[in-house]
Design a protein around this ligand. Sequence first.
Ligand code: ATP
Ligand code: MG
Length: 567
Amino acid sequence: MAENNVDNKKNVVKTRNFIHELVEKDISEGKNNGRVHTRFPPEPNGYLHIGHAKAICLDFGTAEKFGGKCNLRFDDTNPTKEDVEYVDSIKEDIKWLGFDWEDRLYYASDFFDKLYEFAEQLIKEGKAYVDDQPAELISQQRGTPTKPGIESPLRNRSVDENLDLFRRMKAGEFPNEAKVLRAKVDMTSPNMHMRDPLMYRISHAEHHRTGNKWCIYPMYDYAHGQCDYFEGVTHSLCTLEFEIHRPLYNWFVDQMATDDYRPRQIEFSRLNLTYTMMSKRKLLHLVEQGYVNGWNDPRMPTISGMRRRGFTPASIRNLVEKVGITKTEGMIDFAMLEHAVRDDLNKTAQRVMGVLNPLKVVITNYPEDKAEMVQAINNPENESAGRRDVPFTRELYIEREDFMEYPPRKFFRLSLGKEVRLRYAYYITCNEVIKNEAGEITELHCTYDPETRGGKSADGRKVKGTLHWVSATEGVKAEIRLYDRLFNVENPANEKGNDFTELLNPESLKVLQNCFVEPFVKSAKPLDHFQFERMGYFNVDKDTTPENLVINRTVTLRDNWAKQMNK
Ligand code: ATP
Ligand code: MG
């Protein structure tokens, strides 16, 4: 059972979408003997983000829906950008989201030998050749979408010469970029990807799995389709930018001259979120230049950042479900994600009281050495969550903004001479405001009515305001980190010209050092969720030490952003 007792398997792309329809049709036509086998193919060159979560839910969810299987395959064809740190984080994130590849963990590098053999086969069949021209020239010769390409002068090398050169490339005889292996397809094809695409490049780089065995590495377009085929993948789901690669993907697999089955590539639109971006390259830049505190900074759109911030797997899956699977590109409002998070946490989060911006209250008619326990409800949405004891003492903290010396009409919280309810405890009345020399309010002197224990008056007297509070003597001090949008503009990836880091929101992180929470929170572990009554959803951060309780605000109770924007 996953955290928060959410059944992980219940809400995974259950809403029918066009991909399910295509899969159903394949099954009904008896294709692949009715098998459904998908894969999620990340490149281990960064941490997973919320966009990947969409692909994960779709890949694993589709397999699950049709009683099939889903592989995890690391697309590790580019050793200079890849790292085991990324491999490990990707596995952790997929598991956390609630999915399981069981024993089907693959790496494109598992197939390097097979891919190499197949490349030799293509050379022998006259379908691939070694080109010695510089990359720039090759690229120029490819033409443009409206102008056909021109053939390389080396295109018609003999099979023997190509085989010899390719084997010497593999043996390490040539430096990086000296030669490439190209597929001989069609330089006049309207699809640029078919104009003799690269299959192999030389890269004298150590690979995180194959070490120094190889100094030539397959290109993504050459490796991907074959890996799907080798793994038995029937439905290869990917984002729209690969649509134009599909003819090449099919071309390579067709050259295998087998007739057992063919993987089918189907494309869908990417998930994009407002006020953030999905480019791994740019996210890496933010990490490396210290604009954020690592890939798992709670402001990052990464799965690990969202986990640390307190977003739940169910809320992310629910968002993906709600967005649906289509071919239409669009932006998802960040507020929609926050809504999904609130929706899930509302059902599950332990309620406590916490004061972010404390103002001391002294109950002058309450004994100095007394502490009593009042009972508080753990979760009004779930009676079985029970109750807990909260210590009430003579000195308390309330939220500074819950008191006003000169209140406007309809201010129902505390002011001089007014009575309010302290949640679960007593009615109090404010009698005196204490200030320092600078004229700032430092303390309120109040009296409580002992006849209102539990927050109910015996005589039926009503108060309009109910405030949260924490005992000043029994409560626990905490550091609370408040997060806001990472960028100030809705679609930072779309802004031209400027350095994208200039678009960062300088107020995306605010740290409050002097907060107080009820003692209950002290026993909490990193990632534990809470609702601080009236204040939002919070969780314990991994930076917590026995001396310093560190708490993240996951999300406010309501959407404050629109309000702030109009201020
Ligand atoms: P790169 O530029 O490094 O290739 P990428 O975001 O495509 O970045 P991959 O590791 O190749 O990263 O992605 C793995 C899978 O996740 C691919 O199938 C890709 O189509 C899918 N994916 C990536 N970004 C999104 C997104 N924003 N929405 C939905 N799916 C995505
Ligand atoms: Mg990619």
